[in-house]
Structure formats: structure tokens, C-alpha cells
Design a protein around this ligand. Structure first.
Ligand code: TXA
Ligand code: MG
Length: 343
């Protein structure tokens, strides 16, 4: 298959181009498109064959459920049932936006979308291209991030190309994504509500509306290392090919530890991901990822991919604190890590 790539203006999406993409969705094809978080790989939610192709193309296990994207808040009632009252407040405040709600699913949602679960994850993205693509397709669009399973999520069309070229019908290039990290996922079928994945909408903001929130233990854990069936690919998440060591702790200690590690591994090709503009690291590739959380979020996945392009073998990453977007940043770094070192 040859993948077509079309540029669409993110501020004023050209309707003829959106229609062309929507036609592919309607016919059961796959379209990669930008959202405000990361690029998604979309298919018609109700077309099981098309959804199955998403899993195959990404090499994603069928047990990992996919988010359904809608363009109209009211569509949540068509897809989910027993919706708690608090949901209205949440969608009034945060939709369109990077918040995904897990709710009891209606029969209309195929099990292949939900990984066999009785729940469905739904979100309304805040991106004009995404919204008009969903509208023109006239169906909700099931879409995971448009990367190969385990790789960092794509924040540009170029990243999508690296992972999925000639495996899908179309890539829409709508420029770099605004946020750079995926949406926050919360489960509303539990009491209190459970945070499953921290993301674009912070825990602090959610607590203001929901009060108590339970944090799922995996939020703080790194993904278990195991060799997957496809050669060379680990089941680590968001991971570059290099082994990433995450160093957490007080700033000065972190810096010292990284200096030590650079010496220890001097025979390897070393990359460092730092939150300090003025650093003294002497490594093969040092990337200043940003000082404030929103810049770090925006750059993180892009830089992880850049280390790969430069054939870096080991990455040392400085941890950051876990307020606000910091919780999502640290979650992604932990999941990407080969080893976590606390100093
Ligand atoms: O920002 C985003 O959320 C992006 C854009 C494209 O919308 N999408 C995204 O999808 O990150 P994906 O598939 O890479 O991550 C979806 C997460 C997974 O961790 C999945 O396990 C969880 O949402 N999820 C989906 N449906 C679920 C369900 N019914 N119950 C629990 N978790 C669910
Ligand atoms: Mg993903």
C-alpha cells in the first residue's frame, strides 16, 4: 500500500481535503490525523474490520482498548450508558479537550474497540482537523496514538511517517500537536473516580470538580520489561530504542549522579535529557527539554525519537517534580525507562 500524505491548515481546514479523508474512513480505511495531544490513527468505530487493522498495523495487543473520538458532546449518550451526573460538569468544563472518560458501554460499541471490556473510553478532541474529520465521516472515530506499539507517541506527521508509512491509507499533516502528551484517562465506573493515565488535564484541575480521586498504582510504575514477539521491540511504553535511565531526586544529587554515570558508561554513545538550560554534561547528545512543564511536555516524545535517530545507546534523563503536568511527564518517563535510579 502507498500512503498518501496531505497537508491541511490546522486553523482553517480545507473542507475538500477533509472530505477526501472522511471518504477513506467511511470505506473502512485508516487515517492518521492530528489532535491537540498527539497524532491518532483513526478508523470507523463501528467497522470491526477497520478497527482490527489498527491493531495489526500498530502491532498492538488486542486486549489494549482504544479511545473513541466524538465531535459532539451529546454523542456520549449514544455510546455509553449509566452515565453518572458528574460527567456533565466534566464535559462542560473540559470538552473539547484532553480528557478521556471511561464509562459503561452500549451494545453499539464493538468489543474489538474496547479490548473485550464492558466499558468504553470516549473523548472530544480540541483540534479543528480532528473535529471536522469526525463530523464529515459521520461516525465516531476509534483512534489510538499513531505510533508502533511501545514507541513514543507521534507529535508530528513526520513521526507518523517513521512508524506507519505505506501501512495505512492516509496521513494528514496538520503541523505539530499543541500539548505533546496524551489525554488524561479517568474511570467513572468506580467510586471515587480512578485516574488511569495522567495527561493534558491535570489531577489538580480534576480534583476541583470531583473531589477525591483514586490514582491507579500503574501511574507510578515502569512498564515490566519483557521481550516481545516482534524482534528488537520491548514491551516498554513510549520508549526510545536506547536504554533510558531515569534519575529522580534532589536536583544537585541528580546532576552528580548523571556525571558519574556518563563516566561509567563512556564507551557507549550517551544522550542526556535535561531540564536545565545551563548544564555541564559532556555527552554525545545533550537535549534541553525545557524548563516549564508545558514546554517539556511538548518536546519529550520528539526528543526521545531524536536520540534514536542519532543512534544513542543510553539516555540519562533528569526527573522533574510531579505537580500539574509533571505527573504526566514523569509517568511517561517511567514507562519509557529501562531503569529508575533514585538518589
Ligand atoms: O490523547 C490521546 O488520548 C490520544 C489521541 C489520539 O486521542 N490517544 C491515545 O490513545 O493516547 P492510546 O490508545 O495510545 O491510549 C489509550 C489509553 C490506553 O492506555 C488504554 O488502555 C486506555 O486509554 N483505555 C482505552 N479504553 C479503555 C477502557 N475501556 N478502560 C480502561 N482504559 C482504557
Ligand atoms: Mg498510545
Amino acid at each position: 500500500m502507498k500512503t498518501k500524505i496531505i497537508k491541511i491548515n490546522p486553523k482553517k481546514p480545507e473542507i475538500s481535503k477533509i472530505k477526501e479523508a472522511a471518504e477513506i474512513i467511511k470505506k473502512g480505511g485508516l487515517v492518521a490525523f492530528p489532535t491537540e495531544t498527539v497524532y491518532g490513527l483513526g478508523a470507523n468505530t463501528f467497522n470491526q474490520k477497520a478497527v482490527k487493522k489498527i491493531f495489526q498495523v500498530k502491532k498492538r495487543p488486542f486486549t489494549d482498548p482504544i479511545i473513541v473520538h466524538i465531535a459532539n458532546k451529546k454523542d456520549i449518550y449514544k455510546l455509553a450508558k449509566k452515565i453518572p451526573k458528574r460527567v456533565k460538569k466534566l464535559i462542560d468544563k473540559f470538552w473539547p479537550g484532553p480528557l478521556t472518560l471511561v464509562l459503561k458501554k452500549r451494545k453499539i460499541v464493538p468489543k474489538i474497540v474496547t479490548g473485550g471490556l464492558e466499558t468504553v473510553a470516549i473523548r472530544m478532541p480540541k483540534n479543528k482537523i480532528a473535529l471536522s474529520l469526525i463530523k464529515e465521516s459521520k461516525v465516531p472515530i476509534a483512534a489510538p496514538s499513531a505510533n508502533l506499539f511501545g514507541r513514543p507517541s507521534p507529535t508530528t506527521a513526520q513521526h507518523v511517517k517513521e512508524d506507519l508509512l505505506n501501512k495505512i491509507e492516509l496521513i494528514i499533516d496538520g503541523g505539530p500537536t499543541k500539548i505533546g502528551l496524551e489525554s488524561t484517562v479517568i474511570d467513572l465506573t468506580t467510586r471515587p473516580v480512578t485516574l488511569l493515565r495522567p495527561g493534558g488535564i491535570t489531577l489538580e484541575k480534576l480534583k476541583k470538580i470531583l473531589g477525591e480521586i483514586k490514582i491507579h498504582p500503574t501511574v507510578f510504575k515502569k512498564t515490566k520489561l519483557k521481550i516481545s514477539k516482534s524482534p528488537g521491540m520491548m514491551s516498554r511504553h513510549y520508549a526510545p530504542r536506547a536504554n533510558l535511565f531515569l534519575i529522580e531526586g534532589e536536583e544537585k544529587k541528580v546532576k552528580n549522579k548523571i556525571q558519574q554515570l556518563i563516566k561509567k558508561y563512556k564507551k557507549k554513545k550517551i544522550g542526556v535529557l535535561t531540564v536545565n538550560k545551563n548544564h555541564f554534561y559532556k555527552a554525545d547528545l545533550v537535549k534541553f527539554v525545557g524548563k516549564d512543564f508545558s514546554t517539556i511536555a511538548k518536546n519529550l516524545f520528539k526528543f526521545l525519537r531524536e536520540f534514536d535517530k542519532k543512534n544513542i545507546e543510553i539516555i540519562f534523563a533528569e526527573g522533574t517534580d510531579e505537580r500539574d503536568l509533571g505527573l504526566a511527564i514523569m509517568n511517561r518517563l517511567r514507562k519509557a525507562s529501562y531503569k529508575i535510579i533514585k538518589v
